[in-house]
Design a protein around this ligand. Sequence first.
Ligand code: HEC
Ligand code: HEC
Length: 288
Amino acid sequence: MKINLAFYIGFFLIAGSTGSFGAEVDSIQRGQYLAKVAGCVTCHTEKGGEVLSGGRAFMTPFGTFYTPNITPDNKTGIGSWSDKQFVRAVRHGRRPDGKNYFPAFPYTSFTKMTTADVLAIRAYLKSVTPIAKINLPQKVKKPFTRFAVNFWKLLYFRSGALAPIDGQSALFNRGAYLADAVMHCAECHTPRDGLGGPLVDKYLAGMKKGIVGDKAVPNITRDQTTGLGSWSRDDYLTLLKTGETPDGDNMGGEMKEVIKETSALTAEDQLALVEYLMQVKAVKNKVD
Ligand code: HEC
Ligand code: HEC
């Protein structure tokens, strides 16, 4: 009887711990996938630099922004952060000291991710090799200070996870989540006003000169003449997988990096994204 009891207790302890260990591994894998397709790895890795150690520069009309080191190094990375501080940074654009991040860090989109997904990314980031590399200071033009971002946030930032739309399929809602929360297509494809706020009534309608790079950003709404209204499901799928358009053009500029992410999506997630893109409201806006 005694032996049996010990056996059962032992069994439950082992089963219990492997259970949570398995969940941890699942979470790291999901986090790795999300970090790849959300561009965390692309933006936070400098050309030729160590993965996720930051230092990549972004030239924008508001100044030059350098991505920070988000490896788990305790001194120069985010190793000493709590999960709560991490979620606050990614979903609310706030630093551990309470100051704002500049919206060059696309938290206006990432706020739409679920906390569970953000924590999965965190679990993955904790698992990578810590790299000691000191962050570069941001070179922002006046009047865009961290303090001024408070006003910017009042105007343009709404926090909260994306709610699925009732009456739409699970596939559509997954596609919306990928496009708007995780892969932030609108950060580049939606035109902005002079303060860098998105023009919501021109959602995904493109612009002559993008906020990063100097290429025109195409209108990817379903407008027949100025957008992608004539694209079929297969046209979208080919673009997401290979970067090739129906005319045989290949994606250049910023979109080249994005194709590395869309081509890394699972087949099901690619279908979901297409399902969503096929239903983006047509907006007439000629950009080229
Ligand atoms: C478009 C480029 C871009 C993408 C994509 C991006 N980031 Fe960043 N991130 C930045 C920039 C720029 C900053 C610095 C902002 C500032 O200093 O105000 C930043 C800051 C951060 C910080 C704060 C680090 C610190 O030391 O204060 C964290 C954490 C972070 N990003 C995590 C992520 C995660 C997780 C993802 C993916 C879900 C991600 N980033 C995707 C550009 C990006
Ligand atoms: C970092 C900025 C950026 C992001 C993020 C971005 N795009 Fe793009 N996209 C561009 C640019 C720039 C081009 C034009 C590339 C060229 O001319 O070679 C483009 C081109 C495209 C095209 C081709 C349209 C045409 O008329 O040929 C499609 C479709 C597209 N993007 C969809 C998406 C989707 C879907 C997402 C989100 C998963 C996304 N983009 C995210 C910048 C971006």
